[in-house]
Design a protein around this ligand. Structure first.
Ligand SMILES: [Zn+2]
Length: 418
């Protein structure tokens, strides 16, 4: 049976709900994928659980206490800790950036800055010693009726530097607030911080000639809060199912293993857990084919190669041979191929990049309307063409090595190096 865009599109609709790491939606997503694996192969998928960070905000309040009194809508920053039940009141300062001059004036205060906070700035912040922080999300254009606030959390790497209670407010509120020069504020935050179960869904089709040579296919199926995650990454998840169907019907010479990764949005946690738990099997894995975001009606296919440059040339020859419009580059891609690449396994990331202005992700506007079965089919057909060539090659054509320039990028991505 040929690759079918209609079938993928129907399946994508079934995955259209919030699939947030460690929550019910993610479990339900895993169960739907596992059911489909069973219906395609007749075999049960393996659901492999792992623990991921889990927080719940019980109470959050952000108030200006001087020179005027006002409560401003806020969400709590996950894993940023708790205040005393009556809140944490202190002087508040607005900080324009993270330069020495900005950081010099915040010790003992509640600091207000715009945007989110990466690891490097959080390290600076902790050294500068504020007692709490307020940051912003969204844009001045946001309307309450169709915008949700970002749900952010401090990750393990942040917490190596320190911890202080933080809240997020809307940029449009910040724009009104700061010109009024608030001088004191109170943050009240109560949350639980711990771990809960997430899971990878795994299945494989054994190779007929080279069963000990394995090609791994990855796609994350989790989404973020408020996002039904059609584009990111229900699309890649259904493409993996279609590839599984392809190899179930056309037995491969090499073993093909499919991993639908959980908790990618929390920092590639599913793929990181897989390479840790399956250390002994990594030797056999020759290549990781990862799909993260495809299907936009208007867009362009791309391949990002985390491996030798020769692999870029191979893909470029192939798309020229097939007349398939796409681009290819050698780089890292922030997705589940990284933990494999970190173990020396070359990665090919396939995606269809949306035309500018034609899509949004990580919010309620990651909708199915901007995607089509036709686009899913177009990209999947290329993935199948490439995949068939390597899976069924007489001799596996991709050397298992990671060039120095990619090792350097991977190390920087994984913060092994600054
Ligand atoms: Zn993604």
């Amino acid at each position: 049976m040929a690759i079918s865009g209609d079938r993928m599109f129907l399946m994508l609709k079934k995955l259209g709900f919030v699939r947030l790491s460690t929550y019910e939606g993610e479990k339900k997503g895993a169960a739907i994928i596992a059911d489909e694996v069973k219906s395609i192969t007749g075999c049960d998928a393996t659901i492999e659980p792992f623990m991921a960070p889990h927080y719940e905000i019980k109470k959050v309040k952000f108030e200006i206490t001087a020179p005027f009194a006002e409560t401003i809508e806020a969400t709590g920053y996950g894993f940023s800790g708790n205040t005393a039940p009556e809140g944490l009141e202190a002087e508040m300062v607005y900080m324009e950036g993270f330069d020495e001059i900005d950081l010099a004036k915040i010790r003992g205060k509640i600091v207000f800055f715009t945007g989110g906070i990466g690891y490097a700035n959080f390290e600076k912040l902790c050294k500068a010693g504020p007692v709490g922080f307020v940051c912003t999300c969204g844009t001045f254009l946001d309307r309450d009726e169709d915008t949700d606030m970002d749900q952010r959390m401090l990750r393990a790497k942040h917490l190596e530097y320190g911890k202080m209670p933080g809240v997020v407010i809307k940029m449009k509120d910040a724009l009104k607030l700061i010109p009024r020069h608030p001088t004191r504020a109170r943050i009240t935050l109560e949350q639980t911080e711990g771990e809960a179960e997430s899971q990878n869904v795994i299945c494989e089709v054994k190779g007929s000639e080279f069963p000990d040579e394995v090609i791994v296919y990855t796609a994350h199926y989790d989404s973020v809060e408020y996002s039904e995650g059609y584009f990111d990454n229900g699309s890649g998840s259904v493409m993996l199912l279609e590839m599984l169907r392809h190899y179930t019907e056309n037995p491969p010479k090499r073993t093909v293993r499919f991993i639908w990764c959980g908790s990618e949005e929390r920092g590639l946690l599913g793929s990181k857990d897989y390479v840790t738990k399956h250390e002994a099997e990594l030797d056999a894995i020759r290549l990781c084919i990862n799909i993260d975001m495809a299907g936009p009606i208007l867009g362009k296919d791309a391949a990002v190669i985390t491996g030798e440059e020769s692999l870029c040339h191979a893909i470029s020859f192939l798309y020229k041979e097939l007349g398939h419009s796409m681009s290819v580059e050698q780089n890292t891609y922030s997705s589940d191929s990284i933990p494999f690449a970190d173990k020396g396994i070359p990665g090919v990331n396939f995606m269809r990049r949306a035309a500018q202005g034609s899509s949004l992700i990580h919010c309620r506007h990651d909708v199915i309307d901007i995607l089509s079965g036709e686009s899913l089919e177009y990209t999947t057909n290329f993935v199948r063409e490439f995949s068939d060539r390597v899976v069924n090659a007489c001799f596996f054509p991709i050397p298992k090595k990671m060039p120095d320039n990619m090792v350097d990028k991977i190390d920087k991505y994984l913060l092994k190096k600054k």
